[in-house]
Design a protein around this ligand. Structure first.
Ligand code: ZN
Length: 442
């Protein structure tokens, strides 16, 4: 654990309403915690991280990513949701060995850190054996990312079909006891549940298992899948009295206003994956509808088979989708959207933290919170000159501008380079996994 560290002279977007923006600001970090934010923090014997020329933001939070699929990067750039299910979940998914899950999860975690995503919900529906879960958790640990490990089912068809009679695997209990006994660690636990089942016994079993383990719940919801209870699954869950503040509902494209109000009233949260939803056809991203119903959306990348694995893409896709939702049908009515780039930056940080139940720990640069910080260069060719620091992040920057990344005060990327990562080894590891799961090694 590092001692004292001073992030000096950046344009600090705290994301904290009380502190606002601090131009030429310093952030003092002690034992992984933010202790002071302001202009010219005077301190002796601190290690200095020079933030001159940078915008400093809280780390991005990706609230839903199937990280194991990172070895399948770019395989299905133009697919539909049905094609993705067929080729990935029912196709190559069953071929994944534990070492392939390790390779994919390590690659995806390091990719996220490199892009300034300091917290990620790893939606791991690849637990074909208990060793698969062990491998995923080992990779998250080795990467040094803050993550919610969302334990999911195997990719075998008998677990995935709508009429499955199999409950969520009991191995979740072992996982909980073996890896998640402390609340103070970077990894926390969720259950990645499949959604309501035609047999309410199965639904109740899964939800009760999560609550029995004290694990959060994350569930796909409201997507365009034929004959699926997911389309209006919120209504189903409400009928079983299973909605709660521990649950994040992902996508919600066909979720009705009444269902959003049920989510809001239960204290639940929403994750929108705007790019994939538009490309694969889950449905229209409900950015404006979520806001209109009194909720704040978080953002997610979902799958790098089809989507870039950074948060800049998600923010811009959400921003454009949310603005066009507000376009009047009548061309004579003026376009007067309320959604701004500042709102979107909050979706990607503080609202993401809330969707992980971690907004008391991360999501803003607030004294007392953990120092998950990202420095984005505002003096690069695509970000200079600095006019609006939030626009640097939301409009102009990409991963190449992510200069320095801290997770709980530990520098995991510095001067544009990931610390202690052997890219050659990572390339060999992920290529071998890819060759195995695609069958190109035989
Ligand atoms: Zn998903």
């Amino acid at each position: 654990m590092p001692g004292r560290l001073l992030v000096r002279g950046g344009f600090v977007l705290t994301g904290d309403d009380r502190l606002g923006d601090v131009a030429d600001g310093d952030v003092l970090v002690e034992d992984g915690l933010i202790v002071e934010v302001g202009r010219r923090v005077e301190v002796a014997d601190a290690e200095i991280v020079n933030a001159t020329g940078c915008v400093v933001i809280p780390g991005f939070v990706d609230t839903h990513r199937h990280t194991w699929q990172s070895v399948l990067r770019g395989l299905l750039p133009s697919c539909t949701l049905a094609e993705y299910f067929g080729q990935v979940m029912f196709g190559v998914g069953p071929r994944f060995r534990p070492e392939d899950v390790y390779a994919g999860t390590l690659l995806g975690s390091l990719e996220a850190l490199n892009a300034g995503i300091t917290t990620m919900v790893d939606w791991a529906h690849i637990n074909n054996t208990p060793e698969h879960a062990d491998a995923g958790i080992a990779a998250l640990t080795d990467a040094g990312i803050r993550a919610m490990y969302a334990h999911g089912c195997p990719t075998f068809p008998e677990y995935l079909v709508n009429e499955t009679s199999l409950g969520h695997p009991d191995d979740a209990r072992r996982i909980r006891n073996q890896y998640f006994s402390s609340a103070e660690q970077l990894l926390t636990l969720a259950l990645a549940l499949r959604g309501p089942n035609p047999d309410p016994e199965i639904t109740r079993h899964d939800w009760n298992l999560a609550r029995d383990l004290g694990a959060r719940i994350t569930v796909h919801m409201g997507v365009a899948v034929k004959d699926s209870l997911l389309t209006h699954g919120v209504l189903e869950l409400q009928g079983e009295e299973l909605l709660g503040p521990d649950t994040t509902y992902i996508h919600c494209n066909f979720t009705t206003d009444a269902e959003f109000q049920m989510i809001r009233d239960s204290g639940g949260t929403v994750s929108i994956a705007p790019y994939v939803e538009m490309v694969m056809g889950h449905g229209r991203p409900p950015v404006e509808r979520v806001l209109h119903n009194g909720l704040q959306p978080s953002l997610s990348a979902d799958v790098v088979t089809t989507v870039p694995g950074d948060m800049f893409t998600q923010m811009r896709a959400a921003f454009a989708a949310g603005r066009i939702e507000q376009l009047p049908d009548d061309p004579d009515v003026p376009f007067d959207p309320a959604l701004t780039h500042r709102d979107v930056l909050r979706f990607a940080t503080l609202d993401g933290a809330a969707a992980c139940g971690l907004d008391d720990k991360i999501g803003s640069i607030t004294p007392g919170k953990d120092a998950d910080l990202v420095l984005i260069r505002a003096d690069d060719i695509n970000t200079m000159p600095l006019n609006d620091p939030a626009a640097v992040v939301v409009t102009s920057a990409d991963t190449s501008n992510v200069d320095t990344v801290l997770v709980r005060g530990r520098v995991v990327k510095h001067n544009g380079d990931l610390s202690d990562v052997d890219l050659h080894r990572l390339h060999d590891l992920t290529s071998a996994a890819r060759d195995h799961v695609l069958g190109t090694d035989s």
